[in-house]
Design a protein around this ligand. Structure first.
Ligand code: SF4
Length: 329
């Protein structure tokens, strides 16, 4: 019996950098027997990374709540009654104190998230000062601030921003079920501005929002067909927050989540694949399978913006038991 469907090459080593993945090929990867998919993902992972190294990022919400957008998964949207209060932009010294604490806890990258549709220019002045300050502590810097214009992206780059996070969230076809206040094309344009400014791209999506496997395939094909793969690909499991339209969504089979990670690893072989939101409710065994499938980054710290994340001690304990260690920046 052949383990390679017709759409796939027979060789398990498919770690070549490609930007022309077809839906048929990605569908065939998703459909492989689980051990074969894991073997291929591990083979690609080992070709490109130390399989025992995990990049550690910390995420801080620098401006929480009150967002005008309607992302159906998000507790920070002003449209949903989730108990998240709208706050002002954090002061610089408080952000730097958090960055110092993250560094001493082992983080190599510090991500700053603001619940905006897009930053106003005066807000960007403050964020640029934060980026400069965090960078001067010897940390890599990342921000997620919503849509950006080309001049805003250049200003962030000039202040020392290493990464910008802007997720595609899901497939182009399912996107309208989740967000109506901005288009898929808007997202792609922000990614273009970020790339053109010379900032590394962090871009992935969320699974478990009621999408089909075909949508997960569509999301991966879109990410893997970008002119340059995102350097960082966060794959999130939906955190169902009470008050959001997706609060009653069905559980996604954890093995389907692991498959999504494995297919991301195979199709974007040199990208860091981040096991992102949703770890709080994930068993340690599922997380271990995700690392085997090629995930090599996590967010560290008790909170992810506004939702819970495993505490640092639990993560340290799991990494120790799995023999994983922090990746050098
Ligand atoms: S995901 Fe971002 S843009 Fe969407 S509602 Fe939440 S904070 Fe706003």
């Amino acid at each position: 019996m052949s383990l390679a469907p017709d759409a796939l090459p027979r060789s398990p080593i498919v770690g070549i950098l490609r930007h022309d993945w077809t839906r048929d090929e990605v569908r065939a990867l998703f459909g492989l027997p689980f051990p074969e998919l894991m073997f291929r993902a591990q083979s690609v992972h080992r070709q490109n990374f130390d399989p025992a190294a995990v990049q550690i990022s910390t995420l801080l919400s620098i401006k929480t709540g009150g967002c005008p957008e309607d992302c159906a998964y998000c507790p920070q949207s002003a449209r949903y009654d989730t108990g998240v209060r709208a706050e002002k932009l954090m002061p610089l010294d408080a952000v730097l104190a958090e960055a110092r604490a993250a560094k001493s806890a082992g983080a190599s990258r510090f991500c700053m998230g603001a619940a905006w549709r897009e930053p106003k220019d005066r807000d960007l002045d403050s964020v640029c000062a934060m980026v400069q300050g965090v960078k001067s502590l010897g940390l890599e810097t990342c921000a997620t601030l919503g849509m950006l214009t080309a001049p805003q992206a250049r200003r962030l780059k000039d202040s020392g921003l290493d990464y910008y996070n802007h997720n595609l969230d899901t497939s182009p076809e399912f996107y309208g079920e989740v967000i109506t206040t901005r288009t898929y094309q808007d997202r792609l344009e922000t990614l273009d501005q970020v790339r053109a400014a010379g900032i590394h791209v962090c871009c992935g999506g969320i699974v478990g929002m009621g999408e089909t496997r075909e949508d997960r395939i569509g999301m991966i094909v879109t990410l893997a067909s970008l002119p340059a793969h995102p350097e960082s690909v966060p794959i999130n499991m939906l955190v169902r927050v009470s008050g959001t339209p997706l609060e009653g969504e069905q559980n996604l089979d954890p093995l389907e989540f692991v498959r999504t990670i494995a297919v991301a690893r195979i199709t974007m072989p040199r990208s860091v694949v981040r096991l992102s939101a949703g770890r709080e409710d994930m068993s340690e065994e599922t997380q271990a399978l995700c690392f085997l499938a090629g995930a090599n980054s996590i967010f560290y710290g008790p909170k992810l913006l506004t939702t819970p994340n495993p505490g640092r001690d639990r993560d340290r304990d799991l990494m120790e038991r799995l023999g994983l260690s922090p990746m050098e920046p």
